[in-house]
Design a binder for this molecule. Structure first.
Ligand SMILES: [Zn+2]
Ligand SMILES: [Zn+2]
Length: 266
């Protein structure tokens, strides 16, 4: 692993001797919050008509008062629900993750990441699907669906119960008994991705083979409610909850091409 990463990890371990919960709670929480606010606020820059060509739902923009509402609601949970849950779960992280001074190899880290990504797909799909059950939906997940055309900041706009349930997405490193730095890395990747999947625009490097743009898939979920419950698209393909999406996306592509062609000929 890179020398700077090893040096940084040694510094965390050293500081952890005097700051209770630093390595198992506060570092992952700080990475989580920094990634969310940086990526979430950054995407506000493209949520404007100048990026209309890549907008998933053309012409649909969240008004500023709603952006402020989202930021205040999520920000309040970041000062309460998130630190409390992180603190409560820090014992689990300490128990199941490794805190060895030696960082794992790059190969081991990549293999761990692949497992975490597939685990998150399976966990998120099933929890999300269950939260859409008519008997549960009005009490918890309805909050997240207040917006039918999401923005990146809306990615964490959840009822507090769902915010806590989402901590399960980070269980991969604990299941593997991996080094805690895998949890750090996966936290950054997962939070950046959840922001991207809510940004409402088609962005590069967001399309796994066969399943296509993860942002488009989740944007469609916000539009129609009962399709595309997963992240990558694997579980939706297996369960048949992707029905109708491919035709919808094809129409979106055609509309974009047609718009481009008209702009050229004008
Ligand atoms: Zn969403
Ligand atoms: Zn949903």
């Amino acid at each position: 692993m890179a020398a700077w990463a090893q040096t940084a990890w040694h510094a965390v371990l050293e500081a952890d001797k005097t700051v209770t919960g630093l390595a198992d709670a506060w570092v992952p929480l700080a990475l989580f919050l920094a990634t969310y606010w940086a990526v979430g606020l950054g995407f506000l820059l493209i949520d404007r008509p100048w990026a209309a060509e890549i907008k998933c739902q053309p012409g649909k923009y969240v008004a500023w008062p709603m952006v402020r509402k989202i930021a205040a609601y999520v920000g309040a949970q970041h000062l309460t629900v998130y630190p409390a849950t992180t603190w409560l779960l820090s014992g689990v992280v300490r128990r199941f993750c490794s805190f060895s001074p030696e960082l794992p190899s790059a190969r081991e880290t990549v293999a761990g990441l692949v497992f975490c990504i597939f685990f998150a797909e399976v966990y998120f799909f099933h929890v999300h699907w269950a939260l859409h059950h008519p008997r549960i939906y009005p009490y918890v997940h309805k909050v997240h669906h207040e917006f039918t055309y999401p923005i990146a900041l809306e990615s964490l706009y959840f009822h507090p119960v769902e915010s806590v349930l989402n901590f399960g997405l980070g269980a991969g490193p604990m299941i593997l008994g991996a080094h805690v730095t895998l949890l750090y890395l996966f936290t950054v990747i997962a939070v950046a991705n959840v922001c991207i999947h809510h940004c409402g625009h088609e962005v590069p490097l967001d399309s796994p083979p066969f399943f296509g743009s993860m942002t488009h898939q989740h944007d469609y979920h916000h539009k129609v409610f009962n399709r595309n419950f997963g992240v990558i698209g694997i579980c939706d393909w297996l369960y048949g909850t992707r029905a109708g999406y491919d035709a919808y996306h094809e129409r979106w592509e055609q509309a974009r091409k047609e718009k481009k062609r008209r702009t050229k000929t004008e």
